[in-house]
Design a protein around this ligand. Structure first.
Ligand code: ATP
Ligand code: MG
Length: 776
């Protein structure tokens, strides 16, 4: 190979080299974490360029937009210099959603999708589902919009339209309801000229299947298709790739069955099997060397995943040995867990070995981050949190975006409603007026915007394509009419401004003309902050100042709509990363803390009923553990406060298969339970915040005083002393059994029975008065 490209092949191991330089045709790289899959895919693209493949002919699909950006930069460096950046810029690279959004923008017209479509997010979808329920005359309290949304989403991921779904997917009464809502929901999307996330994929499949000539254009364009994190593709995504590549067969996918963690978004590991069926000539390459983690970490990882039955065993080795053992720690509660992490990070950074950005704290659910944030604030540790309340989910930011979406596409009723209802409050358009307008829209099958224009006499029914001669046009009150006129005028005016101003300028103008800026000008702290957030959009939009504003608006709104949590992550700041296990996929950190390794959290309580769900939780734990390069800390808390209730959890079953000599720290004996058993108990939080776990007797009261005034129990000073002496979580020492933790305290006549789990592994029930327990 020519010299200038030696950097592309340098340092790859034999297997990696084989994959990177494979001849044309299908390639499947199956390999465990840290084995260089993403690296191989990146180098493969650089290699293709080095072989004279045009960057215009390459399509690379990544799991996040951030991953795409980084891959592009890496390729630039690999192929070198100014030439490199030119080459890399022209590769089509991004998530399935962003790629499909572009395809629809360009060619969606063929299947009736307006080129001005807006993308509806989760919130918008729920609103629309509620509207659909309402119109059908169903009660949203009885049929949870969230559950219906989930049904619709999985139908779409399986490529079932409302008709298919009613005829194939319906197996219960609830499904039937969902099918009816789905039909109306889809109509509403069309009227609003909107698509949801699942539509982006499904509509492109529909487009390509219905119009072979359009598909052919894309096949000609993307002659090389590469997909990272292939195990997490769903049915629709599989179809997309397959449609594109079944002729030229230049399909290069990398994945790891053990890291499939998105089945709740309809990802289907079977796509790996489908691949081998649809491309029987595929070259299958297994990578075995791990370059990321120390052997000590890999060993723990393999024991965790080994309990899964539905997998092929895989070898994974590294020549990085001599690292520290994986630390396991039981915390008393989530505060204790968080403080320990803060102390440990402070200690390690003060030694000068690590900087803050080397650390990540990972957890199963977003709400677990709060105590960690609090501890970090106390210890003055800088951090960034991935997920949580995103910038684009803030109210004021959504308000401004609603204006922008409406300028782009006035038929988007979700945005129109938001503006009328929220910003600035009321706008003088009352509920009654809205109801009248919405009825009109619904009866005439037109958008809310069209209905307003008709009611104001700006347009006729014929002009908006509604031919209903008998339809009565409602009369509005003059005050409402005046307000609506103003609003419509404002949007028209801003649409004109769009043709003159740059995007940042347009946002500035809309803030002023809409009255939003003065609405937030009270001077109160909260308003100042909100105004600042709104104005932040202006600086973000600077990136788009150089392109034509209509185009810029499209790009900007698309970027905002398709931004994932990880996309907002910063690499440069010197700060600790707080991130969910799901979002941590593909990433790596020198030091990783995984918190909440407990039954009920990991595996999550929601996943305890089905073995396949438990296995997915196990893969999630595996993904987390394999993010660590040098040090890994696993912790579980004895007590945890979840949404105001104190749970007493036992350590995760996923720790049960790890031999003790691989771990540094207390081995959780309680984790050794059979699979599929729910072992956490929840009790309501008492006013004082303290509870006694388990047992029929639940003492409420303050500071562990067991006798509220209406108590049935006879007070005895002895008993009171015992109860106050021991509480769950206390560490105790017994002359014979050694150290342990109090699990439970239960009244036995005038004595109390104390249940203690000893470090040696046994759990004993001891009478408090006799036990010679000592608190430590
Ligand atoms: P995951 O399954 O977690 O996504 P992966 O298989 O995609 O992992 P990469 O992220 O590509 O693995 O690689 C893991 C780490 O190992 C990276 O830091 C990468 O730079 C490094 N690495 C991979 N291959 C080599 C190699 N041949 N020489 C040196 N370092 C390598
Ligand atoms: Mg990867």
């Amino acid at each position: 190979y020519p010299d200038i490209y030696s950097s592309i092949l340098e340092g790859l191991n034999d297997k990696q080299l084989e994959a990177v330089t494979a001849p044309d045709g299908p390639v499947l790289v199956l390999a465990g974490p840290g084995s260089g899959k993403t690296r191989v895919l990146t180098h493969r693209i650089a290699f293709l360029l080095s072989q004279g493949v045009s960057p215009f002919n390459i399509l690379a699909v990544t799991f996040t937009n951030k991953a795409a950006r980084e891959m592009r930069e890496r390729i630039e460096r690999l192929v070198g210099g100014a030439f490199g950046s030119y080459e890399a810029r022209n590769i089509t690279m991004g998530t399935f959603h962003s790629i499909c959004s572009r395809v629809l923008r360009r060619d969606g017209g063929a299947i009736g999708i307006s080129p001005n479509f807006v993308i509806y997010d989760d919130d918008d979808q729920i609103r629309l589902i509620k509207q659909a329920l309402n119109e059908i005359g169903l009660d949203e309290k009885q049929y949870a919009p969230r559950s219906i949304q989930a049904r619709i989403s999985s139908a779409k991921s399986a490529l079932l339209d409302p008709e298919d779904y009613s005829s194939q997917g319906v197996s219960s009464y609830f499904d039937e309801i969902a099918a009816r809502v789905y039909r109306r929901y889809q109509q509403l999307l069309e009227i609003n000229q909107a698509v949801d996330f699942d539509d982006l994929l499904m509509k492109v499949v529909l487009l390509w299947k219905s119009y072979p000539d359009i598909l052919q254009q894309y096949r000609d364009r993307w002659q090389y298709v590469l997909v990272d994190e292939y195990q997490d593709t769903n049915r629709a995504q599989y179809m997309l790739i397959n449609l594109l590549t079944q002729e030229h067969r230049n399909i290069f996918v990398v994945g790891d069955e053990d890291q499939g963690i998105y089945s709740w978004r309809a990802a289907d590991i079977r796509n790996i099997l489908n691949f081998e069926r649809d491309y029987p000539e595929a070259k299958v390459i297994l990578l075995e060397q791990n370059y990321r983690s120390y052997q000590e970490i890999l060993d723990v990882a393999s024991h965790i995943i080994s309990s899964n039955r539905l997998r092929r065993p895989k070898k994974l080795w590294t020549n990085k040995s001599g690292g520290a053992l994986v630390r396991v720690r039981e915390a008393y509660d989530e505060q204790d867990e968080a403080s320990y992490i803060a102390r440990e990070i402070s200690r390690l950074t003060s030694l000068g070995e690590y900087t803050y950005s080397d650390f990540a704290v990972m957890y199963r659910t977003n709400s677990q981050s709060r105590p960690v944030e609090e501890a970090f604030s106390r210890y003055r540790i800088p951090y960034q949190i991935i997920g949580g309340t995103r910038f684009y989910e803030r109210r004021e930011v959504k308000d401004v975006l609603a204006y922008l979406r409406l300028i782009h596409n006035p038929h988007d009723a979700a945005s129109l409603r938001r503006i009328i209802e929220n910003t600035p409050s009321g706008r003088g358009i009352g509920k009654g007026t809205m109801k009248t307008l919405e009825d009109l829209a619904s009866r005439a099958h037109i958008s809310l915007w069209d209905a307003i224009e008709i009611a104001l006499g700006i347009k006729s029914l014929e002009e908006v394509g509604a031919f209903l001669p008998n339809l009565e046009i409602p009369k509005l009150q003059s005050k409402a009419k005046e307000s609506l006129k103003q609003l419509v005028g404002l949007i028209y005016e801003l649409r004109e401004q769009r043709d003159i101003l740059t995007l940042p300028h347009l946002i500035d103008t809309l803030l002023i003309k809409s009255g939003y800026a003065s609405f937030l000008s009270s001077g109160a702290e909260e308003d100042l902050e909100r105004l600042e957030n709104a104005r932040d959009l202006i600086s973000i939009a600077q990136d788009y100042a150089a392109i034509d504003t209509s185009e810029a608006l499209v790009e900007f709104l698309q970027e905002v709509a398709l931004q994932s949590d990880v996309d907002t992550m910063q690499n440069n700041g010197n700060q600790v990363t707080l991130i969910t296990l799901h979002a941590a996929k593909g990433l790596e950190y020198k030091v990783v803390f995984i918190i909440g390794f407990e039954e009920g959290l990991l595996p999550h309580a929601r996943s305890m009923d089905r073995e396949s769900d438990i296995e997915e939780e196990c893969r999630l734990a595996y993904v987390g553990v394999t993010r660590a390069m040098e040090k890994l800390y696993i912790s579980y808390a004895f007590h945890r406060n979840v949404f105001g209730a104190t749970q007493t959890n036992v350590p995760s079953r996923f720790l049960a298969n790890i031999p003790p000599d691989l771990l540094d720290g207390s081995l959780p004996s309680l984790g050794r339970r059979g699979p599929g058993r729910l072992t956490s108990t929840t009790s309501p939080r008492t006013p004082s915040g303290s509870t006694y776990p388990g047992g029929a007797r639940n003492y409420s009261g303050q500071s562990y005083r067991p006798f509220p005034s209406n108590s049935n129990f006879v007070s005895s000073s002895n008993l009171e002393r015992i109860i106050q002496e021991y509480k769950p979580g206390d560490r105790v020492r017994h002359p014979k059994f050694g150290e342990g933790v109090v699990l439970k305290v239960e009244i036995q006549g005038e004595d109390a029975e104390v249940e203690v789990r000893f470090a040696a592994g046994s759990t004993k029930k001891l009478l408090a008065s006799m036990a010679r327990l000592q608190k430590i």
